[in-house]
Design a protein around this ligand. Structure first.
Ligand SMILES: Cc1ncc(COP(=O)(O)O)c(C=O)c1O
Length: 367
């Protein structure tokens, strides 16, 4: 079949000529809403209500919503630049870090190029690569559900333009150590972009795990991505950031849809970085990290093989039983994210959800 024939086929349902690879993409699949009295544990959201100071900062922007926001979110960039010891030009803000990943992929990879990442990982990667017109090279996770960095480095070819590394990995929660990442980066040619996706880094408690902050400024091809959606609880406002070499960031600024970061999002992020607010947010992160470790220990005690998670979720590698177990949890009021036939990702949410989770999974073990 020629490309033209395939276009006609794919667009048959609309009568409009669409890119066939785009028409074939599954639309973004959001988790089901939680039933009344249930819990949404499907999107790795922060279960705590927004801080009053953050809500006030957002409210204060309401009087100027007739104006466009500052196109580069300079005020937020300056706060982050001071924190990371870089210039404001080495920081880019996006409408969520997922938007930034898309911008970087678009900036570096197009038709004929390859983007390498571990799999299973963040479900947005394959679609973003396809949208750029590039080709995904998905390298299977190790048996312990972590990245196989040697295999990823082996998969880099002349066609590779981007390598995405996710730590802690979504949905398995497994981290990469500093030593592993150093050895990996030494194997990647300096002219290939490496994206270090650290959406969950604030939940990490393992001292050996890599912290992208320590790598900033050391590699000409490395960009570190973080978000305010998870630890800072601003998922609904859409704000994330990346830090890296100016030339790479400039290319990502060029591929952005303009004015995507609202003034409310910037104001909320800045308010969240105020010392008192951030201290409170960090305490909440501590609560979630403790809850995660407690849930994992309890499930291991029940006999479930849960990988070590350093994120705000755990991974149940239940294979062919994925859909059945996810349905059972749903019936008990827990919405989780099922990836049949691999496993279920369960976000660490409200304390009240924990008993139900442990009870249902225990019932499944016993009978
Ligand atoms: C690994 C990873 N990266 C990036 C993101 C994007 O987060 P956001 O666009 O909300 O900043 C997510 C969200 O779930 C994620 O899991």
């Amino acid at each position: 079949m020629t490309a033209t024939e395939s276009t006609a086929t794919e667009s048959a349902s609309t009568g409009v000529r669409l890119r066939p690879e785009i028409a074939a993409l599954p639309p973004y699949r959001q988790g089901r809403p939680a039933p009344a009295d249930g819990f949404k544990l499907s999107s790795n959201e922060n279960p705590f209500d927004p801080l009053p100071s953050v809500q006030q900062a957002v409210a204060a922007t309401a009087g100027s919503i007739n104006r466009y926001p500052d196109a580069t979110a300079l005020a937020l960039r300056e706060v982050l630049a001071a924190r990371f010891g870089v210039s404001a030009d080495e920081v880019i803000i996006g409408a969520g870090s997922v938007a930034l990943i898309a911008q970087f992929v678009l900036a570096a990879a197009g038709p004929g190029d390859e983007v390498v990442y571990s799999w299973r990982s963040f479900e947005a990667y394959p679609g973003l690569v396809t949208i750029a017109g590039a080709t995904s090279v998905a390298v299977p996770n190790r048996p312990d559900h972590g990245h196989d960095l040697d295999a990823i480095a082996d998969a880099v070819t002349e066609r590779t333009r981007v390598v995405i590394v996710c730590t802690p990995n979504n949905p398995t929660g497994v981290t990469i150590t500093r030593a592993e990442l150093d050895a990996f980066l030494a194997r990647i040619p300096a002219d290939r972009l490496v994206l270090l996706d650290e959406a969950y880094v604030e939940f990490v408690r393992d001292a050996d795990a890599v912290d992208g902050r320590e790598l900033i400024g050391r590699h000409p091809n490395l960009v570190v991505l973080r978000t305010f959606s998870k630890a800072y609880g601003l998922a609904g406002l859409r704000v994330g950031y990346a830090i890296g070499p100016v030339g790479i960031l400039d290319a990502a600024r060029a591929t952005a849809i303009p004015l995507g970061v609202t003034a409310a999002a910037s104001a909320a992020a800045i308010a969240s970085l105020e010392p008192a607010a951030e201290a409170e947010l960090r305490e909440r992160v501590e609560v979630i990290a403790e809850r995660r470790d407690r849930v994992r220990a309890a499930l291991i005690g029940q006999g479930w093989p849960i990988p070590v998670s350093q994120a705000n979720f755990i991974w149940l590698p239940v294979g062919e039983r994925t859909s059945e177990i996810a349905e059972r949890l749903f019936d008990a009021g827990l919405v989780t994210r099922a990836f049949p036939p691999e496993g279920i990702r369960v976000s660490i949410g409200e304390e009240e959800s924990v008993d139900t989770l442990l009870r249902i999974l225990n019932e499944l073990v016993e009978g």
